[in-house]
Design a protein around this ligand. Structure first.
Ligand SMILES: O=C(O)CCC(=O)C(=O)O
Ligand SMILES: [Fe+2]
Length: 279
């Protein structure tokens, strides 16, 4: 990991925005050339997956654990414009707990729904029921890399309800009216807190939507994926990527990590200083 990524460290303003709104937009997170290379891989993987699993050309297909399908996807794991913000928010005892790649193709006009229906939810299902505190702890966040243009409505925009990550369980049902569409250009990354109420939406436009979601959590959370990337690519990764893919000296190392378990700690300490690794 290159120390030049430090220029993209989380700023005080960005921290305030993320903590207040529950999400943060990073424009121009990936350059056009990489958007194009990723799109070519996404199209190939998506086509293979559809034919293997019998999905039609117009269905929204969500490929879990997509990072294991192609080595190019590993590039975004510790991407310079986003990863410093991830460790800025969560600290160094982190991993990739989940990755998913939903593609929403262009539907024939007669098959498009007349209006968009939201299915607002908080991520990670049972955590929302079994964690006792209210509001809940963050535990994880996602970085969504947009490969297509969702600046207009109807393009299968991600919807988020700003500030709803701090909503208490007792506050009642979340209303769709509180959610806003995330309208961003290709190459934009959107970081969002697991607890924020958010939703996918249908594509009723003439533009396909392709987004790559990388979920980061503390290392003690059990992954939500089969983590095939760790089986396929671990030996080709540097120590920090190995950490992110779940490498550990053993079960003990997830909650009580030694330096060997968390090379990201030494990296941050060396390049950003002791203050950056607290607590
Ligand atoms: O596809 C989307 O826009 C939303 C996906 C989602 O709910 C998530 O990434 O947690
Ligand atoms: Fe979600």
């Amino acid at each position: 990991m290159d120390a030049s990524s430090l220029q993209y460290r989380l700023t005080d303003d960005e921290r305030l925005t993320f903590e207040r709104d529950g999400y943060l937009i990073v424009e121009n997170a990936i350059p056009d050339g990489l958007v194009q290379r990723l799109t070519a891989v996404v199209d190939r993987v998506d086509a293979e997956y559809r034919s293997e699993h019998g999905h039609g050309p117009y269905e929204r297909v969500n490929i879990l654990d997509f990072v294991g399908y192609d080595e190019l996807f590993l590039e975004l794991l510790d991407w310079p414009t986003t990863f410093p913000k991830v460790w800025g928010l969560l600290g160094w005892n982190i991993q990739l707990y989940h990755s998913h790649m939903p593609t929403s193709p262009v539907m024939p006009p007669e098959e498009r729904p007349s209006e968009i229906e939201l299915r607002l939810h908080q991520d990670s299902d049972r955590l929302n029921k079994e964690l006792e505190s209210d509001p809940q702890p963050r535990i994880s966040l996602k970085v969504a890399f947009f490969l297509t243009d969702t600046r207009e409505l109807g393009r299968a925009n991600l919807y988020v309800a700003p500030g709803s990550h701090l909503r208490t369980r007792t506050a009642g049902k979340m209303s769709d009216d509180e959610a806003v569409a995330v309208q961003v250009a290709p190459g934009t990354a959107v970081l969002f807190d697991r607890r924020i109420w958010h939703s996918a939406s249908e594509n009723i436009s003439d533009v396909a939507r392709k987004v790559l979601f990388y979920g980061y959590s503390y290392r003690w959370l059990r992954p939500r994926d089969d983590m095939t990337a760790s089986l396929r690519f671990m030996d080709r990764c540097d120590p920090i990527r190995r950490q992110l893919l779940g490498a550990s000296t053993g079960g003990f190392g997830y909650t009580s990590p030694s330096d060997e378990d968390v090379p990201l700690l030494a990296w941050i300490r060396e390049h950003a200083g002791e203050a950056a690794v607290a607590p």
